[in-house]
Structure formats: structure tokens, C-alpha cells
Write a protein that binds this ligand. Sequence first.
Ligand code: MRU
Length: 348
Amino acid sequence: MRTVEWDSTKNCIRMIDQRLLPGRFVQVEFTDYQQAANSIRDMVVRGAPAIGATAAFALALAARQSKADSINAFKNEIESASRVILNARPTAVNLAWAVSRLLTKMQESKAQDPGQIKEVLLLEAQRIAEEDIETNLRMAEHGAKLIDDGDTIIHHCNTGALATVDWGTALGVIRLAHEQGKRVRVLVDETRPRLQGARLTAWELERYGIPYDIISDNAAGYFLRNGAVQKVFFGADRIAANGDVANKIGTYMLSLAAFDNHVPAFCVAPVSTIDYELANGSLIPIEERSMDEVLNIQAGGEAIAPKGATARNPAFDVTPNRLIRGIVTEKCVVYPPFEKGLKEIHKL
Ligand code: MRU
């Protein structure tokens, strides 16, 4: 089952409502592109590649909704819808990448009939979703070679099937290593404040039959220092041209502790997550979300701080490239110096 998909019978986007997992498995459908954009903002769907595919389907939906009868009016509507979608979340570059792929298709099309361009946009969105799965499988093949039989791995956030259209990035690597018969155990960072690790990664690992233990994020340093961990794996929301990685908040502290204890930290991400326009990680926009996510156990749930308490809630941080042993992409594993390596794979 896919995290996000297009239903061509109902002409709608269908996605798993990740806010309700692991308690309830519910799929929701959207026929309005603004609602689809809200589903990204509200984290019904989350994870950089899944956000990218959703954004593409949302723009295809905006095209279907358009009543414009002239080609220029239609194109203007699509461009304004693209701005709404782009504003949903700022850090994952896959969102902008997917929207720009569709806009380029629209601009290149010689069609003078909006109906034809609607088809072109939907086809491109479907292609993005299909490619995501193939890309993940290729990354898994490269990445699984880095995992040895008997490894215990710390994994941060959720980077599995739920964070992509299917299969996953960093968790996809671990999943393939497990399927290859390697005995792996995962220490699952719970990933405060949204608990993507405890709620979503653990849910996936249960389904795959991979042994795991959930740890509080604060415990990662303890396990890295006492020799219990052989590798650290995480995904990325945006990688700068020099290999600095923006990923879920806490990735930086985890990578520091791994580096200090000579445990290799690997980032797994598709080439679409590399932002060649940004020279280094300090230029990556970091989303700051509502303080409610920190002040309550779950959004709208039990408060864990006194009334009137305030909080800060950056959703991502940047791990400098020097703390990362390798970046696994669908093309190959890139090793330092990253600036050179990432430039080379751009040409492949
Ligand atoms: O806020 P989220 O849940 O969208 O953040 C997700 C992450 O940080 C993932 O690690 C990243 O998107 C890579 S997932 C394939």
C-alpha cells in the first residue's frame, strides 16, 4: 500500500493519515488542492519524498479544478496554485523540486488546450511517484552493502515507506539488509516532539519483523559511548552542495555523539534532495513549528508544562558534512570531499 497515490477512478489524492498512527490506520482523500497543501502543513503526510509526491499530485489536482478556458488564464491559475503549495513547508526541497518539474512540463508543452495540459501534469506527478519507489530500491541496494551481519543501528525520525511513496530511504536500507538475511537490530530514536520514531518507525519495524528498541533521543549518546552501536542512519530534507545535511531536529546532536565515538553516520537521500543552489547548510531555511508540539505530549493532547510556558520548536537542524561518513544516493554512495562527489553525481 502506498503512502500517497492518485485514484484515477475518483480523481483524488489518497494518503495515509500519519497523525493517527500507530493507533488507527486511516486513509484520507482530497479533491481540493488547497486541502492537499494543508495536509502537508498539518503533517497528515510527511517525510521529504512523500511531501514531494503529494505536492505534485496537488498541482495536478489544481489543474483538474481549473475552469479556465484560455490557455493563459489556465497557466496563471496553475502558477498561483503552485505558490500556495510551495508555502506548505519550507525545508524539504523535494516539494519545490516536484512543483518545478510540473511547471517545466507545462511551460514546455505546445498544447493550447488546458485539457491536454491537465493530462500532462497528472502524468508527470504519477511519474514522480513511480520514480520515487525505484529510486528508493536503488538506494537500498547501495546502502545495504554498508551494513554488516550483527549490526545495531541508531535510526532517527521516520524514513521508511511512510516518509516516501513506498519502501523508504534510510529505513529502506535497513529493511533490505534484513531481507538479505543480515541480523540487524535498530535503536529507534523516539524523535521528539512529533515522535515519528516511536509512532511510525516502530510501526513499520513491527510489520517488517525487524528487531528494535525505542530509545529516548537523549539516550543515543549513552549507547554510542558504551560500544553498543555500530552505525547511525538517517535521511535528509535538504542537502547543500557541500554535503551539509538538514534533517529532523536532533540529527546534529546524534551525529556529534557518533563522530566523537568513531561510529560512522550515514545519510540516505535521493539526488532530488540535493539543493545545488545552496553552497552550504547555513542557507537552508529551517521550519519552526507551533510551540504546542513541545508543550503537549501530542498536538491537542495532555500538557506537560505549566500553564503559560513558552517553547521553541525548530523542526530541523543542519549536520555539518564533517560529521557524516557517507551519503547514500540512488547513483552511488558519495564519500568526502562531498562538494566534489556531489558535483560528480549531478553529471551521471
Ligand atoms: O517533519 P517530518 O516528519 O516531515 O521530517 C521528516 C524527516 O526529517 C526525515 O528524516 C526526512 O524527510 C527524510 S525521510 C525519507
